[in-house]
Design a protein around this ligand. Structure first.
Ligand SMILES: *[C@@H]1O[C@H](CO)[C@@H](O)[C@H](O)[C@H]1NC(C)=O
Ligand SMILES: *[C@@H]1O[C@H](CO)[C@@H](O)[C@H](O)[C@H]1NC(C)=O
Ligand SMILES: *[C@@H]1O[C@H](CO)[C@@H](O)[C@H](O)[C@H]1NC(C)=O
Length: 311
């Protein structure tokens, strides 16, 4: 299940959500052993997820998001949303859900080429929430979820079946249950395409509060890194961010980040690495201003401010 969540990005969100909503329940059972409860909840959520079927109304969602993208997000694009849906159906409809390879999606991907100005590509692993506020604050960043394919299929589930209506709406297998999972194959192709496109300075956002911040089994470690092109990428700027209250497990000189740097170096990339980026710390402080480090920081800022006023 662990491998599962590290691969399925939308799954990461599902799990975070489950943990936060379950937290209230946990508090009411404060006397019970928390570890046991948490383990049980995680197991339950894993089982539930494996049994979820194709997202209801998937066609309306996908086609609607596609129109939303080409009309509101990037009006310069001229794509045929109905045709994209048709190619998606071609790839998955009536197929056994464990028998959809990346090749099945090639036609769809070829029909929606996208390019992007350099220096804006943002890669991340296990930092979803922070990545979202970082993107909202530093507007220019571009992630997989901002590509048309990422935008259309984010957080959706699907799998085919031979019988009508061609999608299985009652249950889909877990990712770990098969080698050529319909959802996994799409994200595999999307991640690969995204990494191949990357150029100029790229940013990699990693979580310093966990072991294996750079996980060779994650999409970043298994697909995106291998498809970055040293001829197109100028610098790989790594940012390691730990939670404000810790734990402080990995840094630029500690843990799996060192492996990442070694891989980059051996493939001829130039790189930088920081584990105390100021912008990212301020963003974390906006979320939890009561943290002592944020109070210290705010005090030093207000000193500077009063100084300016006095001048
Ligand atoms: C898997 O897909 C291939 C090609 O699309 C097909 O020839 C084969 O019969 C499929 N196998 C199963 C078990 O559905
Ligand atoms: C790091 O991972 C932990 C555990 O998944 C998570 O709770 C935390 O929010 C993450 N921290 C950052 C900075 O993304
Ligand atoms: C790219 O990154 C390097 C190293 O961090 C930096 O010196 C340079 O100014 C960056 N260039 C752009 C265009 O951001």
């Amino acid at each position: 299940m662990h491998k599962h969540t590290s691969l399925l990005r939308s799954g990461e969100a599902v799990q975070t959500l489950t943990i936060t909503t379950s937290w209230k329940t946990l508090q009411t059972f404060a006397t019970t052993n928390l570890t046991i409860w948490l383990t049980m909840l995680l197991l339950c959520s894993g089982q539930l997820r494996a049994q979820l079927g194709t997202t209801p109304n998937i066609k309306h969602i996908v086609v609607g998001r596609c129109y939303s993208y080409i009309t509101l997000v990037n009006p310069s694009l001229r794509f045929d949303c109905e045709e994209i849906w048709r190619q998606f159906e071609e790839a998955v409809l009536r197929q056994s859900s464990c028998n959809v390879t990346v090749e099945n999606y090639h036609l769809m991907f070829y029909s929606i080429p996208q390019t992007r100005p350099c220096d804006k590509f943002l890669f991340w692993s296990k930092t979803r929430t922070l990545m979202q506020s970082y993107k909202a604050a530093v507007r220019h960043f571009w992630t997989l979820e901002d590509t048309l394919v990422g935008f259309m299929f984010n957080d959706l589930i699907w799998c085919g079946q031979e019988e009508q209506p061609g999608f299985d709406f009652s249950s889909c297998p877990a990712w770990s249950a098969c080698r050529n999972h319909a959802v996994y194959s799409l994200w595999l192709q999307a991640s690969q395409t995204f990494a191949e496109m990357a150029c100029g300075n790229i940013t990699v956002l990693l979580n310093g509060s966990i072991v294996n911040a750079f996980d060779r089994k994650s999409m970043l470690g298994s697909v995106e890194l291998d498809n970055l092109n040293p001829q197109r990428v100028n610098y790989v700027n790594i940012k390691v961010v730990a939670d404000l209250q810790g734990p402080f497990i990995e840094s630029c000189s500690q843990g799996s980040i060192v492996d990442l740097i070694q891989i980059l170096q051996s493939r001829g990339f130039r790189w930088t690495c920081t584990h105390n980026d100021q912008t990212l710390m301020i963003l974390q402080c906006v979320q939890s201003p009561k943290q002592s480090i944020c109070q210290t920081y705010a005090n030093s800022l207000s000193h500077r401010q009063s100084h300016i006023h006095q001048v």
